[in-house]
Design a protein around this ligand. Structure first.
Ligand code: UDP
Ligand code: MG
Length: 153
C-alpha cells in the first residue's frame, strides 16, 4: 500500500466543507492514517511550492495558503497517489471534471480546495515535510476485505 499527502487548503476551511471533502476520501475506501491542523510557515511553503517560488504570482499563493491554518492528511491505499489525484481533479477548478473535488467545489485555479501529491516520489518527500513518523498510524482497517480482493492488496 501507498501513502499520499493531502492538504485541505484555507478555501476548504473557510467555506466549511472540510467534513464533506474528508468524507469523499472515506467513502472511496481510503484509510486516514494521519491528520492535523497546522499553520504553513514561510519556510515550509517555499519548500512545498518550490516549483512556483519564482513565479510572479507566488506572493498571492503564499497569502492564500497562510490565510488560515490548513489541515494536512496522510491517506493510505493501493495506488492511492494516483487515485487521490483523480479524485482531486485538474488544477483549475473551472476545468476540473464534475464529480472531482475541484470540479464540484471550485471556480478557481488558486482557490482549489485541496493539494494532493503528484507522484509516489513527491508523496514520500511531502509526507516527511508535514508528519513525523509517530504521527502516521499503522492500524487495522477491518473493512479492507470489502474494499479490495485478496490479490489486490
Ligand atoms: N497555482 C495558481 N496559479 C497557477 C498555478 C498554480 O494559483 O498558475 C496554485 C494553485 O492553488 C495550485 C498550486 O498553486 O493548486 C500548486 O500548483 P501546481 O501546478 O502544483 O498544481 P496542483 O498540483 O495543485 O494541481
Ligand atoms: Mg502540484
Amino acid at each position: 500500500m501507498q501513502i499520499t499527502l493531502v492538504i485541505l487548503k484555507p478555501s476548504a476551511i473557510q467555506r466549511g466543507i472540510l467534513g464533506e471533502v474528508i468524507s469523499r476520501f472515506e467513502k472511496k475506501g481510503i484509510q486516514i492514517v494521519g491528520l492535523k491542523m497546522v499553520h504553513l510557515t514561510d519556510k515550509i511553503l517555499a519548500e512545498h511550492y518550490a516549483h512556483l517560488f519564482n513565479k510572479p504570482f507566488y506572493g498571492r499563493i503564499k497569502d492564500s495558503m497562510q490565510a488560515s491554518p490548513v489541515v494536512v492528511m496522510a491517506l493510505k491505499g493501493v495506488d492511492v497517489v494516483h487515485v487521490v489525484r483523480k479524485l482531486t481533479g485538474v488544477t483549475n477548478g473551472r476545468d476540473a471534471e464534475p464529480g472531482t473535488i475541484r470540479g464540484d467545489y471550485s471556480m478557481s485555479v488558486q482557490e482549489n480546495i485541496v493539494h494532493a501529491s503528484d507522484s509516489p516520489e513527491t508523496a514520500a518527500v511531502e509526507l516527511k515535510r508535514f508528519f513525523s513518523d509517530s504521527e502516521i498510524f499503522d492500524y487495522a482497517s477491518h473493512l479492507t476485505p470489502y474494499f479490495y480482493a485478496n490479490d489486490e492488496r
